[in-house]
Design a binder for this molecule. Structure first.
Ligand SMILES: [Zn+2]
Ligand SMILES: [Zn+2]
Length: 158
């Protein structure tokens, strides 16, 4: 039996998709546990900071450090395009305001975007802003805005 089908066998009887969802939820819960203490420490500083972020975890590098990646992935859970279900751990971390334009490598300026929506964001006429950490506002070339707030994925990260 090939290794790939061993995993499937464990979830025998689950409709396809549900077992994958369970895997995503398990990863999110694990990441949330790892980062919960750090997040609690930062929450105090963030409460008083304009925009809800004191940039305590900001990095000077373009690539987010592992802990920032974990925080953002646990927060976003899926691609930040409204109703796109691609899991964030499989997606790119996008600098909402581009790094080369001064955008911070910080959880308030990073969001999980799948490859397709990362490319969509670069197209003329599209803009993406993050007015608060984890709140993403997309504006289409026609000028319509859509907000992707905190995720509504059916996970219980406890
Ligand atoms: Zn920040
Ligand atoms: Zn997407």
């Amino acid at each position: 039996m090939p290794a790939a089908s061993l995993d499937d066998a464990r979830h025998d009887g689950d409709p396809p998709g549900l077992s994958e969802l369970a895997g995503v939820c398990a990863r999110v819960a694990a990441a949330a546990r790892n980062t919960r203490d750090a997040a609690r420490q930062e929450a105090g500083a963030d409460r008083d900071a304009p925009g809800g972020c004191a940039h305590t975890s900001a990095s000077a590098a373009y690539r987010p450090p592992p802990r920032t990646r974990e925080l953002v992935t646990a927060r976003d859970q899926t691609c930040r395009y409204p109703r796109c279900g691609q899991p964030a751990w499989r997606a790119d971390l996008d600098h909402t305001r581009p790094y080369h334009l001064g955008g911070l490598t910080c959880r308030c300026n990073l969001g999980g975007l799948c490859r397709a929506h990362h490319q969509l964001k670069q197209l003329p006429g599209w803009t993406l802003t993050q007015p608060q950490p984890g709140v993403f506002v997309w504006t289409t070339p026609a000028g319509r805005s859509y907000t992707a707030g905190p995720d509504s994925y059916p996970c219980h990260a406890s």
